[in-house]
Design a protein around this ligand. Structure first.
Ligand code: KIV
Ligand code: ZN
Length: 498
């Protein structure tokens, strides 16, 4: 039997502190329900004293969620604790997360205080929180830069005061993994009664070591990992949930596992990314668009022969249907043959040789060869006979007016026009296209990225469109972001409208 690692998700508190990532209460409830389905143990729902909005979100999430513990953050201030307890009144399982800075930087510059006074305040906040709830978690802010001997004294004091969980944050993301592991081990060895409480890690990613430090902390004895979906969080972010969970799932020899239903990871990642307007970098571990996309010929061939030659995780385990092999100029014949097979085309050897030659020429011109191109290479249809093209697009948009779009499409040589309004220029353009292509299509993913810097930059649009239960990917790049969005939508439609 493996040891249980508790997953404490702080997407809605530390993650939400990122400028531009703020959610309203309804959106927060949506994220909290997703976290519950995912199987997280604790949801840090907010910092109630910080704003009426945060207070209200903790109240509503407490009502909406059943199984996970709902946690509210406070400073070591009695009023914060009273307000947090009030916000948690409807939670079925509740926890107050209170604490204070313990590094000399915090003691001297933030609190203008002394080490002894900080210990007294730490004891005071835990004891006060215990008047309201049984489950009290204490954080030693900047524990990463707090010397171990003093940190052990602080932790001993709060354990004696009744803390049930002690959180050891590497607030500035400074620690090295070995150093962080040693810190947790030191506490395990020097604090009486530490085995009766849970030690938590809370690592930030300023040096790109948040996951490494969290895993090191777990190896040192921590049994709660504080994480966010996609690793979102202030500055370089927090430890990402999906990485820690998949490290434990992949390294069974560690004998530690979580309650997470990993097949729901990919959907949760997409949802948080789109609600919080935080694109996931394509090469992000586990949830990036390219995380399972093999493009080199040698890798593609290996994966096709046996997935485990180049993949340590089965994409299905994190909720991705099939490993996406991206066809590029480096792809081999086996990859082209496989993609054709997936698309329902099986060529004999001579035809495949010819198609592969044509493929290499095309791949030299295009960065990625898509499914349409592959079908064209297989002689299944010609671009001209099926292509829907954007003929013209005009949009009006601005502040205080409704956006309106008129659009012209060329469908296999025939011209069509339509108008529509929307809550913004992109919405209007998409609606106008839908007025011509009458299909039940839903934009599921919509990502805009600038290629370089500056207002004259080219914008890239990635879009996933759901039609008839399947997802189709569309892409375009244009200096006009509305045009790029319309083109990406059309690109996706071209995949299923033949
Ligand atoms: O990074 C940090 O130290 C925190 C604490 C408030 C837990 O977010
Ligand atoms: Zn933090």
């Amino acid at each position: 039997m493996s040891d249980r690692l508790y997953i404490f998700d702080t997407t809605l508190r530390d993650g939400e502190q990122v400028p531009g990532c703020q959610l309203n209460t309804v959106e927060k409830i949506e994220v909290a329900k997703t976290l519950e389905e995912l199987g997280v143990d604790v949801i840090e729902a907010g910092f109630p004293v910080s704003s009426p909005g945060d207070f209200n979100s903790v109240v509503e999430i407490s009502k909406a969620v059943t199984w996970p513990t709902i946690c509210a953050l406070t400073r070591a201030v009695e009023n914060d604790i009273r307000v947090a307890a009030d916000a948690l009144q409807y939670a079925k399982h509740k926890r107050i997360h209170t604490g204070i800075g313990t590094s000399d930087y915090h003691i001297k510059y933030k609190f203008n205080s002394t080490r002894e006074e900080i210990i007294e305040r730490a004891i005071g906040c835990v004891k006060y929180a215990k008047k309201f709830v049984e489950d009290v978690q204490f954080y030693a802010e900047d524990a990463g830069r707090t010397d171990n001997e003093y940190l052990a004294r602080v932790i001993q004091a709060v354990v004696n005061a009744g803390a049930t969980v002690v959180n050891i944050p590497d607030t500035t993301g400074y620690c090295l993994p070995a150093e962080f592991e040693a810190k947790i081990r030191y506490l395990m060895e020097h604090v009486d009664g530490i085995h009766k409480v849970t030690i938590a890690t809370h690592c930030h990613n300023d040096l790109g070591m948040a996951t490494a430090n969290t895993v090191a902390g777990i190896m040192g004895g921590a049994r709660q990992a504080e994480v966010t979906i996609n690793g979102i969080g202030e500055r370089a972010g927090n430890t990402s949930l999906e990485e820690v969970v998949m490290v434990m799932r992949s390294h069974k020899e560690l004998g530690i596992d979580t309650n997470i239903n990993t097949t729901k990871i990919s959907a949760a990642s997409r949802m948080v990314s789109s609600l919080m307007n935080m694109p996931v970098q394509p090469n992000k571990a586990i949830v990036g668009r390219n995380a399972f996309a093999h493009s080199s010929g040698i890798h593609q061939d290996g994966v096709l022969k046996n997935r485990e030659s180049y993949e340590i995780i089965d994409p299905k385990d994190v909720g991705i249907d099939e490993n996406s092999i991206v066809l590029t100029a480096r792809s081999g014949r086996a990859a082209l043959k496989h993609r054709m097979h997936v698309l329902g085309v099986d060529l004999d050897k001579d035809a495949l040789d010819k198609a592969y030659e044509a493929f290499l020429k095309l791949a030299d011109r295009k960065k990625e060869v898509n499914d349409d191109d592959v079908l064209m290479l297989a002689g299944k249809h010609t671009a001209a006979s099926r292509r829907i093209k954007l003929d013209f697009l005009q949009v009006t948009s601005g502040v205080g007016i409704h956006s309106v779009a008129s659009i012209g499409l060329d469908i296999a040589g025939e011209k069509f026009e339509a108008c529509a309004s929307g809550n913004g220029p992109v919405d209007a353009a998409i609606s106008a296209i839908k007025n011509i292509i009458h299909r039940n299509m839903l934009v599921k993913e919509f990502l805009i990225q600038a290629i370089n810097k500056g207002s004259n930059d080219i914008g890239k649009v990635h879009m996933t469109v759901e039609y008839d239960g399947q997802h189709y990917y569309g892409f375009s790049a244009n200096t006009d972001i509305v045009a790029a969005s319309a083109e990406a939508f059309i690109d996706a439609i071209n995949k299923f409208v033949r």
